[in-house]
Write a protein that binds this ligand. Structure first.
Ligand SMILES: Nc1ncnc2c1ncn2[C@@H]1O[C@H](COP(=O)(O)OP(=O)(O)O)[C@@H](O)[C@H]1O
Ligand SMILES: [Mg+2]
Length: 216
């Protein structure tokens, strides 16, 4: 079953592209490179990150990533991610896509499936159901998954680790395997790219997929 409920999506002109992967896999790095590339081309692009991107969603982000939120249950965590997402979709993503903009987002529903679903064991079916509600059925047209060995990814993070990043290596390995499962189920949408490759090499692969989709 596809993650998103495409048939209930209202007709839209814009394009929605998401970047997924474990911590340190290179999402932010690649988004920065793509941003430079698309802005040079004069494209109308909106860059967002999850959880966050709106005033309310950024407040929810603080609760989620705060190491002081230890003891938060998996259900609460899942619903907070969804709540942040619902606000971002309603306030920003849906209107931007309606206007025909290109929306690039650092993480989206696949993250909840990989982390809370495959990582923590929350029901995948439930996440898909609540996800359909939170996203209003809006599904990315294209998703990049930067695949990296969990330990390698975590080693790349120099700053203090947040509440999710602090979890055990085995958790991050389950997340990685979860992402790979999602990608196997939806190969047309989710492009798996080796995160251990050189930054510029990855950028060229990302560009090739985007150019095809955007007609650049
Ligand atoms: N392909 C790459 N090879 C080596 N180091 C990388 C690569 N891509 C990113 N990095 C470095 O790894 C760290 C984490 O990258 P980042 O883009 O912030 O990952 P994410 O946003 O997925 O957590 C940064 O210090 C970044 O410079
Ligand atoms: Mg990042």
């Amino acid at each position: 079953m596809a993650v998103c409920v495409k048939d209930i999506v209202p007709k839209r002109k814009g394009l929605f592209i998401t970047f997924e992967g474990s911590e340190g896999s290179g999402k932010s790095t690649q988004i920065k490179l793509v941003r430079r590339y698309l802005e040079k081309k004069g494209a109308r692009v909106l860059f967002l990150r999850e959880p966050g991107g709106t005033k309310i969603s950024e407040k929810i982000r603080r609760i989620l990533l705060d190491v002081g939120s230890a003891g938060m249950g998996d259900e609460c965590e899942t619903l907070l991610y969804m709540a942040a997402r619902a606000q971002l979709v309603k306030e920003t993503i849906a209107p931007a896509l309606k206007k025909g903009m290109i929306v690039l987002c650092d993480r989206f529903l696949d993250s909840t499936l990989a982390y809370q679903g495959y990582g923590s064991g929350v029901s995948i079916e439930w996440i898909k159901k609540i996800g359909g509600f939170a996203t209003r059925g809006i599904c990315p047209d294209l998703t990049f998954f930067f695949d990296i060995d969990a330990q390698e990814g975590l080693k790349r993070i120099q700053r203090a680790k947040d509440r999710i990043e602090q979890r055990a290596l085995a958790y991050h390995e389950r997340v990685r395997q979860g992402y790979l499962k999602l990608a196997r189920r939806e190969p047309a949408r989710i492009k798996v790219i080796q995160g251990s490759k050189d930054k510029d090499e990855i950028h060229w692969i990302v560009r090739k997929h985007m150019d095809g989709l955007l007609g650049l």
